[in-house]
Design a protein around this ligand. Structure first.
Ligand SMILES: [Zn+2]
Ligand SMILES: [Zn+2]
Length: 314
């Protein structure tokens, strides 16, 4: 009798799950099934796309830009420090936030909205970063989403409070996660060139730009080599903020105000739904990434203030 009751409860549970899954099913509007967002922390526009020789970003300016869209008028119009910049990207909302990792974003991210469709897949969306403090992007304060629908995360040496790790480790973790779990929505964040710039070391700062350009190239190649991603993945490459113009404070070593150097950032978008080999110069901003991701995945994000970048689409 007890077994029969258990069986009936099990059947009821499975039926309920199936019904709720069906309710959440969304008919795709685009070819994009997966999204990877790459954030290169604190690269200044004048050493990247804004340098007409593009000498420090040979991959982005060469092969990559031919396959996607570049926008030369892309800005962070909110607070220009790491956690605020990243939060603007994932929530589509500008807010001040503690930059040490002691505060979670006010509103839910595209991860949390997306995860409402995949309640039993804990690795369907992922945050992978060199800076441990970026783990705060997982969660939010808004009551309906607080501690719910959290993405998988692998940040810093060993999560929040453990310290930064090398970007080469982060890249390896990314490839491991992509090949093992096939997440559909992934954010990867590199600490360079921001980390070296803060020590006022120009050579290392430039090196950070060069090797993150190489890492972006490897990610772009990976997408095309993996059957789970090839032809059905959109890639966004951007920065959380820039750095001061040379005439402001200590120049490239710092950032955080409203100067053009801190605001002006890069945007590269690549994917089956986007144009190829196009360079745009219409003004867009960092929160528009969230709105565009939300459109691609048909999320209904309540607090997202960005606008869909329709001009990226074919
Ligand atoms: Zn910084
Ligand atoms: Zn500045």
């Amino acid at each position: 009798m007890r077994t029969l009751t258990k069986l009936l409860i099990a059947i009821l549970f499975i039926t309920t799950v199936c019904i709720s899954c069906k309710k959440r099913a969304v008919t795709p509007k685009y070819k994009t099934e997966n999204i990877i967002v790459v954030i290169v922390d604190g690269a200044r526009y004048s050493e990247t796309w804004g340098d007409s020789s593009h000498k420090y970003i040979p991959h982005l300016s060469g092969q990559l830009s031919k396959t996607g869209v570049i926008n030369t008028q892309f800005y962070n119009n909110g607070p220009t420090y790491t956690l605020a910049g990243h939060t603007s990207i994932t929530t589509g909302f500008y807010q001040e936030i503690n930059n040490s990792g002691n505060e979670i974003p006010r509103y839910p991210s595209f991860f949390q909205y997306f995860n409402t469709r995949y309640l039993f897949n804990k690795t369907i969306s992922c945050i992978i970063s060199s800076k441990d403090k970026l783990e705060i992007l997982k969660n939010c304060q808004e009551v309906e989403f607080n501690n719910k629908f959290l993405p998988f995360s692998n940040c810093g040496i060993n999560g929040s409070g453990s310290g930064y790790r090398e970007d080469s480790v982060t890249l390896n973790v990314l490839f491991q996660v992509l090949s093992e779990y096939h997440p559909k929505l992934t954010l990867v964040s590199f600490k360079e060139p921001d980390f070296s710039a803060h020590s006022n070391n120009w050579k290392k700062y430039i090196k950070g730009i060069q090797y993150t350009d190489e890492y972006v190239y490897q990610i772009w190649k990976y997408i095309q080599s993996d059957n789970n991603y090839n032809g059905k993945t959109s890639l966004f490459v951007t920065n959380d903020h820039g750095r001061h113009l040379d005439s402001i404070a200590d120049g490239f070593a710092s950032h955080g105000d409203a100067c053009l150097g801190c605001r002006h950032i890069n945007l590269f978008a690549y994917g089956p739904d986007f144009k190829q080999g196009v360079v745009l110069d219409n003004k867009r901003e960092i929160i528009d990434i969230c709105a565009t991701i939300s459109e691609l995945l048909q999320l209904e994000m309540k607090y997202d203030k960005g606008k869909i970048m329709n001009e990226l689409f074919k």
